[in-house]
Ligand binder design. Structure first.
Ligand code: B1M
Length: 211
């Protein structure tokens, strides 16, 4: 069985082939952790690098992320209790007032596909909910997304709430979304701004010392 084809199916965003091949790999006795680490993540890295070089585009990322998620849905139940694959825990959400979630979900899928455990709070998320989720999950990273100039300012409110709860020293904060930039991130006290899903994964791994 040529498992390189599984990597290729992730790169091509071919959900059905990727899931079928993952099932065949399980049936052949290959550890789910090895399937993820050696073949699936490699596929996401390849498509992420192509995106970074301008050789792949957002629809390609979405299709690869969907194929990856399909495989993870199959493999995750088979490795319950095995947290050794985890790079860390990330709480992610689109901030209050903002209903855009396509980019945020793409970033979340890429995080998940790269070995992070995700708590996805969805859209229109209030500061208190972020704070509670950080506490409940002992999160390593808080990832905030905003697509509107009218909602990006609320990221500062979230960071202030995290500070007020005494959690700022325990959690790294990443921000992103079309109107956000590095200067704004610095102004509001975030740890890092990233431009796209691929950069977000690279930055998150650096923040938790796994790069
Ligand atoms: Co809206 N919308 N929208 N919209 N919408 C924009 C953002 C807008 C730029 C369109 C425009 O006018 N040209 C504009 C914002 C203007 C501004 O503020 N400067 C706008 C507006 C005005 C509005 C409404 C106010 C329209 C109205 O009702 N009058 C309204 C607001 C609703 C609300 O949120 N309260 C609204 C509504 C909607 C829909 C619901 C119809 C829909 C969202 C559906 C959904 O998300 N489920 C929608 C859409 C689809 C868009 C556009 C067309 C596409 C956004 C998208 O999904 N892009 C958008 C115009 C555009 O961007 N061209 C627009 C694809 C996605 C993969 O990219 O989300 O940028 P993106 O994510 C990227 C990066 O930003 C980054 O990585 C992702 C992948 O590379 N990233 C992060 C994102 N989050 C990150 C977090 C990170 C790191 C990176 O770390 C934590």
């Amino acid at each position: 069985m040529e498992l390189e084809e599984l990597t290729n199916a992730i790169v091509a965003g071919n959900l059905n082939v990727a899931v079928q091949m993952s099932q065949q790999a399980v049936d052949a006795g290959i550890e789910p952790k090895a399937i993820i680490g050696d073949y699936l993540i490699k596929g996401m890295e390849i498509i992420g690098a192509r995106f970074g070089e301008g050789k792949a585009f957002v629809p390609n990322l979405l299709m690869s992320a969907r194929a990856m998620k399909g495989c993870l849905d199959l493999l995750k139940p088979l490795m319950q209790g095995d947290t050794s694959i985890s790079c860390g825990k990330i709480v992610i959400g689109t901030v209050k007032g903002d209903l855009h979630d396509i980019g945020k979900n793409l970033v979340a899928s890429m995080f998940e596909g790269s070995g992070f455990e995700l708590v996805n709070l969805g859209i229109n998320v209030e500061a208190d909910k972020f704070v509670q989720a950080i506490k409940d999950n002992n999160a390593d990273i808080l990832a905030l997304s905003a697509l509107l100039t009218t909602t990006m300012g609320y990221m500062k409110d979230v960071i202030e709430a995290v500070e007020a709860a005494g959690l700022r020293g325990k959690v790294k904060i990443m921000v992103g979304g079309a109107p956000v930039n590095a200067e704004f991130a610095k102004q509001i006290g975030a740890d890092i701004y990233t431009d796209d899903a691929n950069e977000a994964v690279i930055a998150a791994k650096r923040l938790v010392g796994k790069a």
